[in-house]
Design a protein around this ligand. Sequence first.
Ligand code: 4FV
Length: 296
Amino acid sequence: MAGEPSKPRSHGMFQPRASAQPRPLMPDQAPAGAFRVKVLTILPEMFPGALAASLTGRALTQRIWSLEVLDIREFAGNKHRTVDDTPAGGGPGMVMCAHVVAAAIDHAQADAPSDRARWPVIYLSPRGRPLTQARVRELAAGAGLTLLCGRFEGVDQRVLEAREVEEVSIGDFVLTGGEIPAMALIDAVVRLRPGVLGNAESTEEESFSRGLLEHPHYTRPPLWEGRAIPEILLSGHHAKIAEWRLSQAEGLTKQRRPDLWRAHTSGTEGAADGDRELSDAPTSAAKGGQTKDRER
Ligand code: 4FV
């Protein structure tokens, strides 16, 4: 059938054979409660990639989250599996076709809850809203998400509107594709899921947890290349240490991120979007996990 995925690609353990029903590349036997991630890409071989390592990798093995990768070419519906075409109005590069991307999104959302607040469809693009820790917390509190990875110049605008796709950017720079931004978003969300990080506290103190950048960190040796650890940190005086760390965090935020400092001081954290996007005030923070082995 046109646009229907023909043959799934497996990660080595599964022998593909013709079947009526299109099958995802990585069958998602996620137990209930697992945070489900679906990725739409023309480069499925890039996944799980770095996400298979360390904390996200262990959480994947422990089925705290699941990853289903769908090859957009499977929805091309033409024997050349072309997914793009020349830009209307001329100009360089190619644009991904609305009908192909729509077929992939519809397939992915077929078994996802229709409530986009619990399972958004996100297109990673430089035109998107800057990703913030507040948005990451909201996403981690949901049931899952579908990520559309662009390639070429981008995606036909009509499918983004027709399928109410949320556009998110990981920064004001241009990459060759949306796959790496998708991995960054997945990493940020999965680490907040219960059971991924070791002791709960670690997400409390970190950057953006209070709308501020993080204070500087030190560890042994007490003297390194003639540079000492600030005395206060060796004082054992926890209140004074917390005070020093807060003043460091405030100073650094003022200096490096006046946008965050403005949001922090005007208490607009969590208020209207405006600046909030650049700050991190939790809207509905999903208090995530812990840090097992010094990795964050
Ligand atoms: C990007 C970003 C990004 C633009 C054209 C993919 C590339 C290509 N995505 N934050 N910055 N995407 O550069 O999210 O299709």
